[in-house]
Design a protein around this ligand. Sequence first.
Ligand SMILES: [Zn+2]
Length: 300
Amino acid sequence: MIQDIGPEVFRNEYSRKREPEEEDRVFLFRGRNVLVRTGMEETGTDIAVPMVKEVKAAGLDGAFLQYLFTIEETAYYLWMSREPGSAAQEPPVIPGYEYGRLSLLRHSRPRDLSFAGETAYQLYGWYRDNRFCGRCGAVMRFGEKERNMVCPVCGNVSYPKIMPAVIVGVTDGDRLLMTRYRGREYRGRALIAGFCEIGETGEDTVRREVMEEAGLRVKNIRYYKSQPWGFDSDLLLGYYCEVDGDTDITMEEDELSVAEWVRRADITETFENMSLTNEMICRFRDGAGFAHEKRDAVSE
Ligand SMILES: [Zn+2]
């Protein structure tokens, strides 16, 4: 999946003091657009982001480079306005690079740049949205010891936003409940999904979302895996479960355009090694961990 960049090692320890080196990399975002260089396919690389020396050469008027994290020997920085309270500056264009859609990062080589990009974007959004204290309205300061924003007036501390959500593979013997979202950029097939609400366990969210989106009761809920999804500040929790009783679907039409049972043999998705949803669909198709259901299928 996108976070599986091994053998390379992701280090997210915060350091306010780490000085950018010339060949470290910088992410510059304008909304959901990211500054990248493209058109290098013959080199085995789809995209690149500017080096520190290129950004410095273009000028850092009123801006600075905020250290984010390191992958192997490369540190990644975020171009930011120097004063959190000043009017948000538009980041510059660096010669040789142009702003492209964030989705460029999803299937790019090198793979570690996809993961670095989604994680940098999550931090960009959090810094952008926490310039002022939510408690007293004062201008926040960058944390010195931890990755946070601190209010110098009332002491309020804001940490990066991480929103837990569930992805649910609902099964009925040889069939998997598959969906399509209504009105989203992503056009492929998906699984039941939704955010954890206050006071819920992950399992509570699974039961509620499957009922809301498909009108089905479920049993035998099993946790599978998790995935950080920085494009939307999510921490995705994957679960499988089985339908309990009535299998007739009542689809929630506001969120979904399709919700249907799909037989294993009719699942045409290929393994992309990127999203948890795709991995869970392909894992069911291949029968891994579903010995019980497979026996049912053979006996039909
Ligand atoms: Zn405050």
